[in-house]
Design a protein around this ligand. Structure first.
Ligand SMILES: Cc1ncc(COP(=O)(O)O)c(C=O)c1O
Length: 477
């Protein structure tokens, strides 16, 4: 008895030593911060509980009244609609989704970009969340897994979606395979042509992929009749996926960004980051990310924004978009459709207009006319700000990251890298030691053609001369 007690004491002291060794290996402020798997957050954070005022409701375009959830049941899994309108602060991650997150794997590391800091000779500290560390290479599986799971759980057999760059489509194809669902993806033609690797990736995981606009839908056909070379847009691909959904039995639609439930699922990123920063006793001064619909930016920033909304922090939040699709920097804050064919409810957002034809920039995931309503509200109220860049300056920054950190980032994520570099250089000029945190939302290993075009001086910058957003509906909201 005594002997076994002695033995267990030894084991415990060994265990303690081992744990402290593990802990110091996990916490290295100068390089990387790993959150142990058993500390991964168990709930998603819902910013709707903490906003200074409610997000203006989605409107039915026919009645101009707030849309009721019932008609949406034909489009989305029921649980996702419940999440869409929920104002509960924390929503539990289902066990099946939690397990799938752990095997992605999550938590993702928080890395310190020491060599980038040194190259820039800045007093700023730069950290980034590695959302590219999973089989499909971006933050998108955080929502794809949840959406596929809820569809599977309610007995749906097939899910359809749109994809721009191919990151969301790949993530949903993977998630559909994990939960035994069929998956069809409408891929924006500009990206379909630029990124055959992404198409092959989706097909390898069992999805069928068509270039959008396509001949598979009436809306696609109508566009191709007027312009057979139409390069497509996310707005068009959404319309096609919605048409496919409502014309096929036991099919539901999944959206990769913009809506509250998508942003909600992405908050796993920021909640992990919060714990990681706590582990090293650091509080970020600036939090930034690129924005297509707003989900990866919201995912990292909303758990920190919660503190700002409660007056507990002065962190600055900066969203980065392309000059070619300047929704928040040059668009109008108004009600607009989420798609080109006017099939969705009206959402209040910063928009360049749902008929705006986004130029074929390589950051396909940022070619969306509007942005998430909650993010637009926060920008409108001054809690977050935004900046826009052209693609050559973005790729210049991406090359600096690649040469210093050995990381080839996605063209979308490169937008925030541009901002981070500019901010770090500003810190150098002003002698400010800021802590900058950004979301490295994806890798660019299937975007090498874009890098090749940049290296060969073939990238064109686009900037609309004039943005005209028709005021579709005036409302009191
Ligand atoms: C790597 C990457 N980052 C960012 C985005 C933009 O989407 P969101 O604003 O929803 O994060 C995309 C979209 O496809 C993407 O692939």
């Amino acid at each position: 008895m005594q002997q076994s007690l002695k033995c267990s004491v030894n084991v415990r002291s060994c265990h303690c030593k081992w744990m402290s060794m593990v802990k110091s290996a996990l916490v290295d402020k100068d390089h990387a911060v790993y959150l142990p798997q058993d500390e991964m957050p168990t709930h998603w954070y819902n910013i709707l509980a903490d906003l200074p005022e409610p997000v203006p409701p989605a409107l039915d375009p026919k009645t101009l009244k707030p849309i009721s959830p019932e008609p949406l049941m034909r489009i989305f899994a029921k649980e996702l609609i419940i999440q869409e309108v929920s104002t509960e602060r924390f929503l539990k991650i289902p066990d099946e989704v939690y397990d799938a997150y752990l095997s992605l794997p999550r938590p993702t590391p928080l890395l310190r970009a020491r060599r980038l800091e040194k190259y820039l000779n800045t007093p700023a500290e730069i950290y980034y969340k590695c959302e590219y560390v999973n089989p499909t290479g971006s933050h998108k599986p955080n929502s794809a897994i949840a959406q596929a799971y809820y569809n599977m759980a309610q007995g749906c057999e097939r899910i359809v979606t749109e994809t721009g760059a191919g990151q969301w489509g790949s993530a949903l194809a993977m998630a559909a395979a994990l939960f035994g669902l069929q998956c069809s993806v409408y891929m924006v033609r500009a990206s379909y042509d630029q990124k055959p690797g992404r198409r092959i990736m989706m097909e390898t995981m069992g999805a069928d992929v068509v270039a959008s606009p396509s001949k598979k839908t009436r809306f696609g056909q109508s566009l191709l009749e007027t312009d057979p070379n139409n390069t497509g847009s996310l707005g068009i691909a959404i319309s096609e996926a919605l048409e496919d959904c409502v014309t096929h039995d036991n099919t539901r639609y999944c959206l990769g960004s913009v809506l509250n439930h998508v942003l909600l699922h992405q908050t796993i990123i920021g909640q992990e980051a919060k714990k990681q920063f706590e582990m090293i006793g650091v509080q970020p001064d600036v939090i930034c990310g690129c924005i297509g619909g707003g989900s990866n930016f919201a995912g990292l920033s909303y758990p920190f924004m919660a503190d700002k909304l409660k007056g507990k922090s002065t962190t600055k939040f900066v969203a980065c978009e392309p000059k070619a699709v300047p929704s928040t920097t040059r668009g109008v804050y108004t009600y607009d459709f989420g798609d080109t064919a006017e099939m969705t409810p009206l959402l209040k957002m910063y928009t360049v207009g749902h008929k705006y034809p986004p130029p074929p920039i390589h950051a396909g995931g940022l070619r969306y006319h509007g942005k998430a309503p909650s993010l637009c509200l926060l920008i409108n109220k001054g809690y977050a700000s935004s900046v826009a860049y052209s693609q050559n300056e973005v790729f210049e920054a991406a090359l600096i990251l690649a040469k210093t950190e050995g990381m080839i980032t996605a063209p979308e994520s490169a937008h925030v890298v541009r901002y981070v570099i500019d901010e770090a250089l500003r810190c150098k000029k002003d002698g400010e030691k800021k802590i900058i945190a950004f979301n490295n939302s994806g890798h660019g290993l299937l975007d090498l053609q874009a890098y090749d075009a940049y290296l060969n001086h073939k990238l064109q910058d686009y900037e609309p001369a004039k943005i005209e957003v028709p005021k579709i509906y005036s409302s009191n909201f």
